[in-house]
Design a protein around this ligand. Structure first.
Ligand code: ATP
Length: 370
């Protein structure tokens, strides 16, 4: 089921009639979510991810725009009639019911044409439980389960209804690091097996990048970029997106373009043909540095952290906008720890230029607008 968001907008009115401090939680969101895909809605706290999800679910009404499931306009439809499965951060299981009863509960409330016999309900409940691999735990109470198992019950409960659309709001936040990893793989597997169009809200870029077919990066209610995770990482539309994606984060420098050359401080670090003379902000991915004793970019060496296959070199530079610069270099390359400086050449496709004021991307050479 494809989902179409058309000029979707949500404004929360000001609480105080005299002031005009309304919040535009979601501002003119347009997107066609393709059928059967997993979409990660991503952004910092308060950017409007949850509000978008709640509007898709029907829990909140948009103040502008429309939502379609397939060709059906569902904007005015109640949550119950949208055919969605919702999973929240706090699993919201009924503590006095067993796992089986929890999964059966929404099925027992189906009305009219959707009403099911007891056997049909049991079959559905077990099918969903098998999918998330909790069918051996059906007679336990939620308190007798681990966090990951509880979250799987919540997912099974959402799936049992055979929803047209699955909506997940920070479903992994309450899990420890290992379980998060395991459960996110699980969500991906379940989503692929069922083919249900799924929207997944998270503030964790790594999580979104690892399981989504496409990510939507939001800031202050406004969509910044939509695309396949790798494409967004490789070609961010602006400085915000570049900074939001990637661990370790992108390194940011003050720079200047003059005569088709990029300068950081006095050093001419790269050709940037076609860019007019101007002050720029330069983003360099940690993997964009190449150790080179004759390289043009000279940084003050602070520290080298061994990470097995790679080493992470920590350094500083007067023009860096971050307190430290972190580069990731293959461990085969030896760093002279006695040296005060470390010199680099740059990989052009790992270097991005941004307008110094608007922070929009400035494309150069072969880089094309994503
Ligand atoms: P988080 O990751 O912290 O949950 P989010 O990206 O999901 O953040 P939303 O919950 O969608 O953000 O909130 C977007 C903006 O709308 C925020 O500025 C928030 O304060 C505001 N907002 C959300 N709900 C309401 C409400 N009921 N009344 C007024 N403002 C609200």
């Amino acid at each position: 089921m494809k989902i179409v968001l058309e000029n979707l907008t949500k404004v929360f009115p000001s609480r105080n009639k005299k002031s005009n401090d309304e919040v535009i939680a979601v501002n003119n969101f347009n997107f066609e979510i393709p059928d059967g895909k997993l979409i990660g809605l991503l952004g910092p706290s308060g950017c409007g991810k949850s509000t978008t999800l709640y509007m898709i679910s029907g829990l909140q009404k948009p103040t502008g725009g429309k939502i379609f499931f397939g060709d059906e306009d569902v904007t005015e439809l109640s949550t119950e009639r949208r055919g969605i499965g919702l999973v929240f951060q706090n699993y919201a299981l009924y503590p006095h019911m067993t796992v089986k009863q929890n999964i059966l509960f929404p099925l027992q409330n189906l009305k009219g044409e959707e009403k099911m016999t007891k056997d049909q309900m049991l079959e559905r409940a077990y099918e969903a439980a098998r999918l998330v691999q909790i069918d051996e735990l059906m007679d336990r109470k939620p308190s007798e389960l681990s966090g990951g198992q509880q979250q799987r019950v919540a997912i099974a409960r959402a799936l049992a209804k055979m929803p047209r659309v699955l909506l997940l709001d920070e479903p992994l936040s309450n899990l420890d690091a290992r379980l998060r990893l395991q459960t996110r793989e699980e969500i991906r597997r379940i989503q692929k097996e069922t083919g249900i169009t799924t929207v997944f809200v998270t503030h964790d870029q790594e999580e979104a990048m690892s399981i989504s077919d496409m990510i939507v990066v939001m800031k202050l209610g406004v969509v910044q970029q939509i695309g396949e995770p790798q494409n967004v990482y490789d070609s961010p539309a602006n400085l915000f997106v570049a900074k939001f994606l990637g661990t370790p984060p992108i390194n940011v420098f003050r720079g200047r373009v003059q005569g088709g050359k990029l300068f950081i401080g006095e050093a001419e670090v790269m050709d940037v043909q076609g860019v007019k003379d101007q002050a720029v902000t330069v983003g360099i991915r940690p993997e964009g540095f190449v150790l080179d004793e004759n390289g043009p970019l000279s940084c003050k060496l602070s520290n080298v952290e061994v990470m097995g296959r790679d080493v992470s070199i920590v350094s500083t530079h007067e023009e860096s906008l971050n307190p430290i610069i972190r580069s990731i270099i293959n461990a085969d390359h030896k760093v002279n720890l006695a040296s005060e400086t470390v010199r680099y050449t740059l990989k052009p496709h790992k270097v991005f230029l941004f307008h110094a004021e608007t922070e929009d991307r400035i494309y150069f050479g072969k880089t094309e607008e994503a």
